[in-house]
Structure formats: structure tokens, C-alpha cells
Design a binder for this molecule. Sequence first.
Ligand code: MSP
Length: 509
Amino acid sequence: MNKKFYITTPIYYVNDVPHIGHAYTTLACDVLARYKKARGYDVFFLTGTDEHGQKVEKAALANSETPIELADRVMQRFAALWEKLNINNTDFIRTTQQRHKEGVQKIFSKIEATGDIYLGSYEDWYCTPCETFWTETNLIDGCCPDCGRPTDKLKEESYFFRMSKYQQQLLDHIENNPEFIQPRSRRNEVLSFIREGLRDLSISRTSFSWGIPVPNNDKHVVYVWFDALNNYITALGYPDDKEGKFAEFWPASVHVIGKDILRFHTVYWPTFLMAAGLPLPEKVFAHGWWTVEGKKMSKSMQNVVEPNMLVDKYGVDPIRYFLLREVPFGLDGDFSQSSLVHRINSDLANDLGNLVSRTTAMLSKYFDGVLPEPCDATEFDQKFINQFPEKMEIIDKQMNDLAFNKSLVSIWELIRSANKYIDDTAPWALAKDTDKKEQLGGVMYNLLEAIRLVGLLVGPFMPDTATQILNILGEDGQNLSLNDQDQWGGLKAGVTIEKATPMFPRIEE
Ligand code: MSP
């Protein structure tokens, strides 16, 4: 039986349209899902949309739509973008789907039955004109921090989740599982938050109605985060699990999220799972945020980077490459068109594109495009060849650590070393001496075999490019596997390889 790998993106709110920040999270998951699949894992890759809550209700109202009309419309935009970005998700969950609503209600009832969900009330300061509750510390001189008008003390009935009960268990879990929250700096942030003390959490609302009704009390709707987080298990069919997917794939191998939603995923979610008696996800990885040309991305700044436009202008693989190469996964980064263009020209056109076009052009010129036999490797050749298995081991570790930019650096070290191998062996000089035909053949074989392995390695990041490279070599460019095809020597002598057209035209800076 194959090993399992379950990876998730956050589910995206439908009150906003997709931008480069959302695309980033989903892309990272797609790359890792593809990599694991190529390594022989059974992969389940989940994404979806978060469609309930007051924010969505308000956005719909402002747009003179019903919430479900808004959700249907915006959900399509996410799905269309994922298709355009070549995202290969296994499932797409919407929190308005029946399977999810039923699942959430059952989980709610299950925890309620244990006594860890109870009905209570909370008292807070309410600003009627703004229809907002504030805590005592939010108030400015007893007045609403938004509008400055007086507030009233109001009591609202609410269901509570007994989060306080799980404080020690959660601390123990995080301490005993150093891999659970990553990167490390985020782990410390969460630990100090928990040590300040966990309070019980209000998990229902009565002030609006766009949500999943609380079982047996439909005055209340389930709090949007209790609703949303459970998507990770309702998508697998929990609690009924008729198809056995939950048994097969839970616990998740990794939840990939942005740093802004760390607390929900590393405090709320694990304690919900503990209360339901379920195992915790193996890893939660929080990536950083993108700014644009040095500024925070926001609608009011009108600087939101629209991924569709970028793909139309630069192509899908260059965008996929850039987003994961430019910034170490986990840190914040800045998006600028000039750095994008620079990366396309230097890394893609110069390094990778040139390697493929130079090599295939030489093969046509010196061997009419027919791949010669490898010849006995010199010490110099062997050093070149040995890098491949060595680097692949390093890359495997980097991928498992979600260090995408480091993996790309490693792959590009191989590409640059292949370009250097051309300069060092100088095939054009060997071609002038008929005695050196065999040696020239060996050089060409090594270069094309290096290109094959590079093609496989870039596959998760740039699927179309990988297909193109492998097709040029006469290989199956559709089903990329790193499991049995990652050994040196896979190319068979005698195949005809056509001269490649430039893969990445240079862009004017
Ligand atoms: N609906 C919740 C998640 C529920 S998961 C059970 C949510 N949605 S969101 O649409 O607001 O954000 C989804 C993801 O997009 C978050 O991980 C967030 O970090 C990411 N990004 C939104 N803007 C971003 C940037 N500017 N840069 C990088 N990622 C950002 O939160």
C-alpha cells in the first residue's frame, strides 16, 4: 500500500476576490502535492471556500445579492483561477454544501454530548449604531472606538466551547512535537499565547443568520471558525466516512496557512479535535505575507495584484516559479514586476531555456538529432553525474521542510552546472576532431540525461515546462514520476531528439 499524504489550503472567504496572496498559498500546496505524488504517495489535496458569516452576509447586502448568490459567483472565480494556475486539487469544499453542514452539526452535537460545549451568555459592551460588541479594553472612555458614541452593557446568549480545559494538553502536545508548528518562530508565538491562559470560546452567534444552525436551537448559528475549520474533516466524509477517506487520510500531513490565521489553526482547531477525540494534524505551516512594491496590498490602495492578469502577461509557469523562488517560505516578501521580469530572464530564459536549446541544437548539428551511446565516464564526467543523486537527496529534505525556494536553488545549481559542463567540455572543439566523436557522444548523452532529470525535478513547480522538456526527449511528459525514473541513465541511446524552440522568450526590462 502506498503512503498517504493529505495537504490542505485554508478555505478562502468569498467576500473578497482572489489575489496573489491567495494564489500563493494554493500554489505552494499544489507544488508539494505534485512532488509527493511523483514520489509515489497517495495524495489528497483539498482547497475550497469559506462562505458563511457576517462578513459574507454584509458583502452580499452591499451588492444587493443574497449571500448564496455572492458565494456562487465568487466561488467560480476561485475555481477558475485554480484551473488557470494549473492547480491539481483532489476536492473543492464549499461550506454551504450539505455534506459540510451536516458534518459540522454532527461534530457540534458530539462535543456537546461530552459536556465540552455548553450554553451560557457573555456580557460585552455594545455599540448599537455600529452593531458591534466591544470588550471593556477596546472602549475609549467608555465609548465605541469606531464612532465615539456611548455603548451599553449587553448580555448575549451563546454556546461556549470549553477550550480552557485543554490548555495543558495542548501545551504538552506542542512541546512534545517540535515539528507541529512551523516555522519555529511561529511556534514560540503560539506557546506564549497559550501560557497566558486559554478562556472558553464563544462558538455561536445570534446577531445574524447566515451560517449553519446550531442543532436543536436555530436561534443560533455556528461561529464561522468552528464551521470553517471542520472543513478539513468534513471533506473526507467525517463523521460518517462512508467512502473510508477519513480513515485513509486523517490526520492531515500538513495544513498550509498564512501567518494571520495561525492561532485559529494551532489553538482552536487542535482543541476542537481533542474534544472530539480525534488525532491532531501532523504539521501546521504558516507562510509570510506579500506586500506589493513595498506596500501592503489592499483594495483601498488599489494595488491588489490580480493573478489572472499576471498569467496572461507572463505565462503560468513563470508565475509559479517566481512566487516560490523569490521568497523563503515562511518569511514576508515583496512583489514587484521588475523582479519578476528579472527572474524570468535570468533563471528561466538564460539558465534553463538556454541549456535545453543549446544542447538540442548541438545534438542536431553533430549527430543529426540521434542520441549517441554514453561512453566511459572520465573522472570529470563522473563528478558531474554524481551531483544528481546527491542533490536529489537534499531536495527531498527541502521539499519535506516546505523550503521551496531552497529546492529551486538546488535545482538551479544542477542547471548551472550543466551549462558549465558545456563550457568546460567545449563540444564544438571536440566536433572538429573525428577521433573524439565517441567522447563528444558521451558529453551529449550526459547533457541530455541531465536535462531529463532537471525536467522531472522542475515538474512540481512548472508542470507544463516539465512536460515540454520530457516530450522533447521522447519521454512520457504526462506522468511524471520521481520514484523509478530518478536514476541516472534513463535515456535510451538511439532516440531522435528534435532541436527545441526557445522555451522562455526574453522580456524587455
Ligand atoms: N476563511 C479564512 C480561512 C479559514 S481556514 C479554515 C481566511 N480566508 S482568507 O481568504 O481571508 O485568507 C486565506 C489565506 O490567504 C490566508 O492564509 C491568508 O494568509 C492568505 N493571504 C491573504 N492575503 C495575503 C497576502 N497579502 N500575502 C500572502 N498570503 C495572504 O482567512
